[in-house]
Design a protein around this ligand. Structure first.
Ligand SMILES: *Cc1c(COP(=O)(O)O)cnc(C)c1O
Length: 420
Protein backbone atom coordinates (compact mmCIF):
# COMPACT_ATOMS: atom_id res chain seq x y z
CA UNK A 1 0.00 0.00 0.00
CA UNK A 2 1.27 3.51 -0.73
CA UNK A 3 1.60 6.16 1.95
CA UNK A 4 -1.64 7.93 0.95
CA UNK A 5 -3.78 4.81 1.45
CA UNK A 6 -2.00 3.86 4.67
CA UNK A 7 -2.62 7.39 5.92
CA UNK A 8 -6.34 7.27 5.07
CA UNK A 9 -6.71 3.97 6.91
CA UNK A 10 -5.69 5.33 10.33
CA UNK A 11 -5.24 9.09 10.39
CA UNK A 12 -7.73 11.92 11.00
CA UNK A 13 -6.29 15.23 9.80
CA UNK A 14 -6.83 18.70 11.34
CA UNK A 15 -9.26 21.24 9.83
CA UNK A 16 -10.15 18.75 7.08
CA UNK A 17 -13.50 17.51 5.80
CA UNK A 18 -12.26 14.01 5.11
CA UNK A 19 -15.33 13.03 3.07
CA UNK A 20 -14.43 15.39 0.24
CA UNK A 21 -10.82 16.48 0.75
CA UNK A 22 -8.23 15.09 -1.66
CA UNK A 23 -5.86 12.55 -0.05
CA UNK A 24 -2.96 14.28 1.71
CA UNK A 25 0.35 14.56 -0.13
CA UNK A 26 3.11 12.59 1.60
CA UNK A 27 6.23 14.72 2.01
CA UNK A 28 9.54 12.96 2.47
CA UNK A 29 12.01 15.81 2.57
CA UNK A 30 12.36 19.54 3.11
CA UNK A 31 15.16 21.91 2.23
CA UNK A 32 15.08 25.69 2.48
CA UNK A 33 11.70 26.95 1.28
CA UNK A 34 11.00 23.70 -0.62
CA UNK A 35 9.26 20.43 0.29
CA UNK A 36 9.55 17.23 -1.76
CA UNK A 37 7.15 14.33 -2.23
CA UNK A 38 8.04 10.67 -2.88
CA UNK A 39 8.51 11.21 -6.61
CA UNK A 40 10.76 14.18 -5.98
CA UNK A 41 8.11 16.71 -7.00
CA UNK A 42 8.98 20.10 -5.54
CA UNK A 43 6.56 22.35 -3.60
CA UNK A 44 7.45 25.92 -2.70
CA UNK A 45 6.22 26.33 0.88
CA UNK A 46 4.46 29.69 0.58
CA UNK A 47 2.66 29.34 3.92
CA UNK A 48 5.64 28.27 6.05
CA UNK A 49 3.88 24.99 6.85
CA UNK A 50 1.02 26.64 8.74
CA UNK A 51 3.01 29.71 9.67
CA UNK A 52 5.63 28.03 11.82
CA UNK A 53 8.73 27.84 9.66
CA UNK A 54 10.99 30.90 9.68
CA UNK A 55 14.37 29.94 8.27
CA UNK A 56 13.60 27.04 5.94
CA UNK A 57 13.10 23.31 6.37
CA UNK A 58 15.71 21.11 8.03
CA UNK A 59 17.88 24.15 8.72
CA UNK A 60 21.37 22.79 9.56
CA UNK A 61 22.02 25.18 12.48
CA UNK A 62 18.79 24.39 14.33
CA UNK A 63 19.05 20.70 13.45
CA UNK A 64 22.55 20.44 14.93
CA UNK A 65 21.62 22.36 18.07
CA UNK A 66 18.73 19.96 18.76
CA UNK A 67 20.94 16.93 18.14
CA UNK A 68 23.62 18.22 20.50
CA UNK A 69 21.07 18.96 23.23
CA UNK A 70 19.42 15.55 22.78
CA UNK A 71 22.66 13.87 23.78
CA UNK A 72 22.71 15.83 27.06
CA UNK A 73 19.11 16.15 28.25
CA UNK A 74 15.88 15.55 26.33
CA UNK A 75 13.31 16.35 29.06
CA UNK A 76 12.97 17.01 32.78
CA UNK A 77 9.98 17.88 34.96
CA UNK A 78 9.77 21.69 35.11
CA UNK A 79 8.18 22.00 38.55
CA UNK A 80 10.92 21.98 41.15
CA UNK A 81 13.56 21.61 38.40
CA UNK A 82 14.96 23.80 35.65
CA UNK A 83 17.59 23.76 32.90
CA UNK A 84 19.90 26.09 31.01
CA UNK A 85 18.16 26.11 27.59
CA UNK A 86 14.97 27.47 29.20
CA UNK A 87 16.88 30.02 31.29
CA UNK A 88 18.95 31.22 28.34
CA UNK A 89 15.88 31.52 26.13
CA UNK A 90 14.04 33.66 28.68
CA UNK A 91 17.12 35.83 29.25
CA UNK A 92 17.25 36.49 25.51
CA UNK A 93 13.52 37.11 25.15
CA UNK A 94 13.46 39.49 28.10
CA UNK A 95 15.43 42.08 26.12
CA UNK A 96 12.41 42.52 23.81
CA UNK A 97 9.89 43.12 26.59
CA UNK A 98 10.38 46.14 28.85
CA UNK A 99 7.78 45.08 31.45
CA UNK A 100 10.17 42.91 33.46
CA UNK A 101 8.49 39.87 32.04
CA UNK A 102 8.10 36.46 33.62
CA UNK A 103 7.79 33.66 31.11
CA UNK A 104 5.43 30.70 31.43
CA UNK A 105 5.99 27.77 29.06
CA UNK A 106 3.47 25.56 27.30
CA UNK A 107 3.24 23.62 24.05
CA UNK A 108 1.26 25.50 21.41
CA UNK A 109 -0.55 28.72 20.57
CA UNK A 110 -3.85 27.66 22.08
CA UNK A 111 -2.28 26.78 25.41
CA UNK A 112 -0.30 30.03 25.41
CA UNK A 113 -3.67 31.79 25.14
CA UNK A 114 -5.33 29.60 27.82
CA UNK A 115 -2.50 30.45 30.19
CA UNK A 116 -2.86 34.17 29.42
CA UNK A 117 -6.63 34.15 30.02
CA UNK A 118 -6.34 32.14 33.22
CA UNK A 119 -3.63 34.41 34.58
CA UNK A 120 -5.67 37.52 33.76
CA UNK A 121 -8.76 36.08 35.42
CA UNK A 122 -6.98 34.80 38.51
CA UNK A 123 -5.07 38.07 38.85
CA UNK A 124 -8.31 39.85 39.71
CA UNK A 125 -9.43 36.98 41.97
CA UNK A 126 -6.14 37.17 43.84
CA UNK A 127 -6.57 40.94 44.14
CA UNK A 128 -10.05 40.45 45.59
CA UNK A 129 -11.75 42.12 42.60
CA UNK A 130 -14.02 39.16 41.94
CA UNK A 131 -16.58 41.21 40.02
CA UNK A 132 -14.24 41.26 37.04
CA UNK A 133 -15.64 38.48 34.88
CA UNK A 134 -16.04 39.97 31.37
CA UNK A 135 -13.71 39.24 28.49
CA UNK A 136 -13.24 41.56 25.55
CA UNK A 137 -11.73 40.95 22.13
CA UNK A 138 -12.03 41.83 18.45
CA UNK A 139 -14.52 40.50 15.95
CA UNK A 140 -12.91 38.18 13.43
CA UNK A 141 -10.16 37.14 15.86
CA UNK A 142 -8.75 33.64 16.19
CA UNK A 143 -6.88 32.50 19.28
CA UNK A 144 -6.81 28.71 19.02
CA UNK A 145 -9.05 25.67 19.36
CA UNK A 146 -9.21 25.01 23.10
CA UNK A 147 -12.23 26.24 25.03
CA UNK A 148 -10.90 29.48 26.46
CA UNK A 149 -9.30 30.36 23.15
CA UNK A 150 -12.54 29.56 21.33
CA UNK A 151 -14.55 31.71 23.75
CA UNK A 152 -12.56 34.86 22.96
CA UNK A 153 -12.33 34.11 19.23
CA UNK A 154 -14.85 34.98 16.56
CA UNK A 155 -13.53 33.56 13.34
CA UNK A 156 -16.56 31.42 12.46
CA UNK A 157 -14.66 28.13 12.86
CA UNK A 158 -16.11 27.18 16.23
CA UNK A 159 -19.82 27.90 15.97
CA UNK A 160 -20.70 24.32 17.05
CA UNK A 161 -19.19 24.98 20.47
CA UNK A 162 -20.60 28.44 21.13
CA UNK A 163 -23.02 27.35 23.86
CA UNK A 164 -20.26 25.66 25.83
CA UNK A 165 -17.93 28.68 25.84
CA UNK A 166 -17.92 31.40 28.52
CA UNK A 167 -19.44 34.64 27.17
CA UNK A 168 -17.19 37.28 25.64
CA UNK A 169 -17.71 40.73 24.14
CA UNK A 170 -16.41 41.75 20.74
CA UNK A 171 -15.41 45.14 19.36
CA UNK A 172 -15.97 45.54 15.58
CA UNK A 173 -12.62 45.39 13.76
CA UNK A 174 -12.03 48.22 11.26
CA UNK A 175 -10.31 46.18 8.57
CA UNK A 176 -8.31 48.04 5.99
CA UNK A 177 -6.36 47.38 2.78
CA UNK A 178 -4.41 49.13 0.06
CA UNK A 179 -6.45 52.07 -1.28
CA UNK A 180 -9.15 51.83 1.43
CA UNK A 181 -10.73 55.25 1.88
CA UNK A 182 -13.29 54.34 4.54
CA UNK A 183 -10.87 53.35 7.27
CA UNK A 184 -11.31 56.43 9.45
CA UNK A 185 -15.07 56.05 9.45
CA UNK A 186 -14.84 52.38 10.38
CA UNK A 187 -12.44 53.18 13.21
CA UNK A 188 -14.66 55.94 14.54
CA UNK A 189 -17.64 53.58 14.67
CA UNK A 190 -15.61 50.89 16.42
CA UNK A 191 -14.35 53.34 19.03
CA UNK A 192 -17.87 54.58 19.66
CA UNK A 193 -18.92 50.98 20.23
CA UNK A 194 -16.02 50.57 22.63
CA UNK A 195 -16.88 53.72 24.57
CA UNK A 196 -20.43 52.51 25.07
CA UNK A 197 -19.18 49.14 26.19
CA UNK A 198 -16.70 50.61 28.66
CA UNK A 199 -19.27 52.85 30.26
CA UNK A 200 -21.31 49.79 31.23
CA UNK A 201 -18.69 47.05 31.52
CA UNK A 202 -15.29 48.69 31.85
CA UNK A 203 -14.98 48.12 35.59
CA UNK A 204 -16.02 44.48 35.37
CA UNK A 205 -13.76 43.49 32.48
CA UNK A 206 -10.87 41.09 33.11
CA UNK A 207 -8.88 41.61 29.95
CA UNK A 208 -8.79 42.46 26.28
CA UNK A 209 -7.14 40.01 23.89
CA UNK A 210 -6.21 40.77 20.27
CA UNK A 211 -3.97 39.69 17.45
CA UNK A 212 -2.09 42.97 16.93
CA UNK A 213 -2.28 44.50 13.40
CA UNK A 214 -3.15 41.27 11.60
CA UNK A 215 -5.91 38.72 12.12
CA UNK A 216 -4.49 35.51 10.70
CA UNK A 217 -6.90 32.57 10.62
CA UNK A 218 -9.83 34.99 10.36
CA UNK A 219 -8.62 35.73 6.80
CA UNK A 220 -5.25 37.54 6.91
CA UNK A 221 -6.97 40.84 7.53
CA UNK A 222 -5.28 44.04 8.62
CA UNK A 223 -6.23 46.91 10.87
CA UNK A 224 -4.20 49.95 11.84
CA UNK A 225 -1.72 50.24 14.68
CA UNK A 226 -3.07 53.69 15.57
CA UNK A 227 -6.54 52.20 16.11
CA UNK A 228 -5.21 49.52 18.43
CA UNK A 229 -3.25 52.11 20.38
CA UNK A 230 -6.40 54.18 20.76
CA UNK A 231 -8.33 51.13 22.02
CA UNK A 232 -5.71 50.26 24.61
CA UNK A 233 -5.37 53.83 25.83
CA UNK A 234 -9.09 53.74 26.63
CA UNK A 235 -8.94 50.28 28.23
CA UNK A 236 -6.11 51.30 30.51
CA UNK A 237 -8.31 53.95 32.11
CA UNK A 238 -10.29 50.99 33.47
CA UNK A 239 -7.15 48.96 34.33
CA UNK A 240 -8.19 46.26 31.87
CA UNK A 241 -5.33 43.84 31.19
CA UNK A 242 -4.05 43.86 27.60
CA UNK A 243 -3.13 40.51 26.05
CA UNK A 244 -1.46 40.47 22.65
CA UNK A 245 -1.73 37.15 20.88
CA UNK A 246 1.46 37.27 18.81
CA UNK A 247 1.40 33.54 18.10
CA UNK A 248 1.44 34.39 14.39
CA UNK A 249 2.74 37.98 14.32
CA UNK A 250 5.77 37.32 16.54
CA UNK A 251 9.35 36.81 15.35
CA UNK A 252 9.47 39.16 12.39
CA UNK A 253 6.31 38.26 10.52
CA UNK A 254 4.96 41.81 10.36
CA UNK A 255 8.31 43.42 9.59
CA UNK A 256 9.35 44.15 13.18
CA UNK A 257 10.47 41.49 15.65
CA UNK A 258 7.09 41.78 17.35
CA UNK A 259 3.98 43.56 16.14
CA UNK A 260 3.56 45.48 19.41
CA UNK A 261 6.63 47.52 18.49
CA UNK A 262 4.59 49.11 15.68
CA UNK A 263 1.66 49.81 18.00
CA UNK A 264 3.86 51.63 20.48
CA UNK A 265 2.20 49.76 23.35
CA UNK A 266 3.77 47.03 25.44
CA UNK A 267 1.07 44.49 26.28
CA UNK A 268 0.67 43.27 29.86
CA UNK A 269 0.67 39.68 28.60
CA UNK A 270 2.01 38.31 25.31
CA UNK A 271 1.44 34.89 23.71
CA UNK A 272 4.14 33.37 21.52
CA UNK A 273 4.37 30.09 19.64
CA UNK A 274 4.40 29.13 15.92
CA UNK A 275 7.71 30.70 14.78
CA UNK A 276 9.23 30.39 18.28
CA UNK A 277 11.26 27.27 17.43
CA UNK A 278 11.66 28.19 13.76
CA UNK A 279 9.12 25.47 12.98
CA UNK A 280 11.07 22.55 14.46
CA UNK A 281 9.27 21.63 17.68
CA UNK A 282 6.02 22.52 19.43
CA UNK A 283 6.67 25.10 22.13
CA UNK A 284 4.90 28.19 23.44
CA UNK A 285 5.58 30.99 25.86
CA UNK A 286 3.28 33.38 27.65
CA UNK A 287 5.12 36.53 28.77
CA UNK A 288 3.65 38.26 31.81
CA UNK A 289 4.39 41.70 33.25
CA UNK A 290 6.07 41.56 36.65
CA UNK A 291 3.23 43.55 38.23
CA UNK A 292 0.76 40.78 37.33
CA UNK A 293 3.10 38.00 38.43
CA UNK A 294 3.41 39.58 41.88
CA UNK A 295 -0.30 39.10 42.58
CA UNK A 296 0.29 35.33 42.57
CA UNK A 297 2.90 35.40 45.34
CA UNK A 298 1.51 34.33 48.72
CA UNK A 299 1.93 31.75 51.47
CA UNK A 300 -1.22 30.08 50.22
CA UNK A 301 -1.05 27.68 47.23
CA UNK A 302 -4.55 28.84 46.28
CA UNK A 303 -3.02 32.03 44.87
CA UNK A 304 -0.51 30.12 42.70
CA UNK A 305 -1.26 29.38 39.07
CA UNK A 306 -2.52 25.79 38.96
CA UNK A 307 -1.50 25.12 35.42
CA UNK A 308 1.21 23.08 33.72
CA UNK A 309 1.79 20.64 30.88
CA UNK A 310 3.79 17.42 30.79
CA UNK A 311 6.27 18.83 28.31
CA UNK A 312 6.55 22.31 29.84
CA UNK A 313 9.78 23.98 28.61
CA UNK A 314 11.04 20.90 26.79
CA UNK A 315 14.83 21.37 26.54
CA UNK A 316 14.95 20.39 22.85
CA UNK A 317 12.26 22.95 22.03
CA UNK A 318 14.05 25.65 24.04
CA UNK A 319 17.30 24.86 22.23
CA UNK A 320 15.59 25.11 18.85
CA UNK A 321 14.06 28.44 19.92
CA UNK A 322 17.45 29.84 20.95
CA UNK A 323 18.95 28.82 17.66
CA UNK A 324 16.03 30.21 15.66
CA UNK A 325 16.23 33.52 17.54
CA UNK A 326 19.94 33.81 16.66
CA UNK A 327 19.10 33.32 13.00
CA UNK A 328 16.26 35.84 13.16
CA UNK A 329 18.51 38.59 14.50
CA UNK A 330 21.17 38.14 11.81
CA UNK A 331 21.33 41.18 9.49
CA UNK A 332 20.92 38.87 6.47
CA UNK A 333 17.57 37.61 7.81
CA UNK A 334 16.40 41.13 8.64
CA UNK A 335 17.29 42.16 5.07
CA UNK A 336 15.38 39.20 3.62
CA UNK A 337 12.31 40.26 5.59
CA UNK A 338 12.53 43.72 3.97
CA UNK A 339 13.08 42.23 0.52
CA UNK A 340 10.04 39.96 0.86
CA UNK A 341 7.90 42.96 1.76
CA UNK A 342 9.16 44.89 -1.27
CA UNK A 343 8.42 41.99 -3.64
CA UNK A 344 4.98 41.60 -2.03
CA UNK A 345 4.03 45.24 -2.56
CA UNK A 346 5.17 45.27 -6.21
CA UNK A 347 3.38 42.06 -7.03
CA UNK A 348 0.13 42.92 -5.29
CA UNK A 349 -0.05 46.02 -7.50
CA UNK A 350 0.63 43.90 -10.58
CA UNK A 351 -1.99 41.32 -9.58
CA UNK A 352 -4.58 44.01 -9.10
CA UNK A 353 -3.74 45.48 -12.50
CA UNK A 354 -3.72 42.19 -14.44
CA UNK A 355 -6.48 40.22 -12.71
CA UNK A 356 -9.79 42.09 -12.46
CA UNK A 357 -11.17 39.58 -9.94
CA UNK A 358 -8.38 40.31 -7.46
CA UNK A 359 -9.62 42.69 -4.73
CA UNK A 360 -8.71 43.92 -1.23
CA UNK A 361 -4.94 43.61 -1.65
CA UNK A 362 -3.04 44.01 1.60
CA UNK A 363 0.44 43.52 2.92
CA UNK A 364 2.39 43.73 6.15
CA UNK A 365 6.01 42.62 6.50
CA UNK A 366 6.38 39.12 5.09
CA UNK A 367 2.64 38.55 4.66
CA UNK A 368 0.67 39.44 1.52
CA UNK A 369 -2.99 38.69 0.87
CA UNK A 370 -5.80 39.40 -1.56
CA UNK A 371 -9.31 38.21 -2.29
CA UNK A 372 -10.27 36.08 -5.26
CA UNK A 373 -13.17 33.63 -5.87
CA UNK A 374 -11.35 30.44 -4.83
CA UNK A 375 -12.48 27.06 -6.19
CA UNK A 376 -11.26 23.50 -5.55
CA UNK A 377 -9.98 23.50 -9.10
CA UNK A 378 -7.86 26.57 -8.44
CA UNK A 379 -6.37 24.97 -5.32
CA UNK A 380 -5.51 21.83 -7.31
CA UNK A 381 -3.89 23.96 -10.02
CA UNK A 382 -1.67 25.72 -7.48
CA UNK A 383 -0.46 22.34 -6.20
CA UNK A 384 0.09 20.99 -9.72
CA UNK A 385 2.35 23.97 -10.31
CA UNK A 386 4.31 23.24 -7.18
CA UNK A 387 2.88 26.10 -5.12
CA UNK A 388 1.94 25.22 -1.55
CA UNK A 389 -0.85 27.72 -0.85
CA UNK A 390 -3.83 27.17 1.43
CA UNK A 391 -6.40 29.93 0.91
CA UNK A 392 -8.68 30.82 3.81
CA UNK A 393 -12.05 30.93 2.04
CA UNK A 394 -11.60 33.51 -0.70
CA UNK A 395 -8.50 34.97 0.91
CA UNK A 396 -5.33 33.92 -0.88
CA UNK A 397 -2.19 34.74 1.07
CA UNK A 398 1.58 34.28 0.94
CA UNK A 399 3.52 33.86 4.16
CA UNK A 400 6.86 32.33 3.13
CA UNK A 401 9.89 31.39 5.24
CA UNK A 402 12.35 34.30 5.48
CA UNK A 403 15.01 32.29 3.64
CA UNK A 404 12.96 32.19 0.43
CA UNK A 405 15.05 33.12 -2.61
CA UNK A 406 14.03 36.40 -4.29
CA UNK A 407 13.84 34.71 -7.68
CA UNK A 408 11.72 31.86 -6.31
CA UNK A 409 9.26 34.28 -4.73
CA UNK A 410 9.01 36.32 -7.94
CA UNK A 411 8.47 33.13 -9.98
CA UNK A 412 5.74 32.09 -7.53
CA UNK A 413 3.94 35.41 -8.10
CA UNK A 414 4.26 35.00 -11.89
CA UNK A 415 2.80 31.49 -11.63
CA UNK A 416 -0.02 32.66 -9.35
CA UNK A 417 -0.90 35.44 -11.80
CA UNK A 418 -0.95 33.04 -14.72
CA UNK A 419 -3.04 30.54 -12.79
CA UNK A 420 -5.61 33.18 -11.77
C1 LIG B 1 -2.40 29.52 15.22
C2 LIG B 1 -2.80 30.51 16.21
C3 LIG B 1 -3.16 30.15 17.50
C4 LIG B 1 -3.24 28.71 17.94
O1 LIG B 1 -2.00 28.09 17.89
P1 LIG B 1 -1.92 26.49 17.86
O2 LIG B 1 -0.48 26.21 17.98
O3 LIG B 1 -2.49 26.09 16.54
O4 LIG B 1 -2.72 25.98 18.99
C5 LIG B 1 -3.48 31.14 18.40
N1 LIG B 1 -3.44 32.42 18.04
C6 LIG B 1 -3.10 32.81 16.80
C7 LIG B 1 -3.04 34.27 16.48
C8 LIG B 1 -2.78 31.87 15.84
O5 LIG B 1 -2.46 32.27 14.61
Amino acid sequence: MDLKSRDRKFIWHPFTQEAIAPLPIPIVKGKGAFLYDEEGKEFLDLISSWWVNLHGHAHPKIRRAIYKQSKKLEQVIFAGFTHEPAIKLCEKLSSFFPNGEKFFFSDNGSTAVEVALKIAYQFWQNKGECKRTRFLSLEGGYHGDTFGAMAVGKSGFHDSFKELCFPANFIPTPFTWIGDEEVENKEKKALKFLDEYLEKGGNTTVCFIAEPLLQGAGGMRLYRASFLKEVITRLRKYNIITIFDEVLTGFGRTGTNFAFEQVGIVPDIICLSKGLTGGFLPLAITGIAESIYKAFLDNDFKKALAHGHSYTANPLGCTAALSSLDLLLKPATQNNIKTIEKINIENLALLQKKCPKVTITRCIGTIAAFNFPVTDKLKAQFLERGLLLRPLGNNIYLLPPYCIDKGDLQRAYDLIRNTL
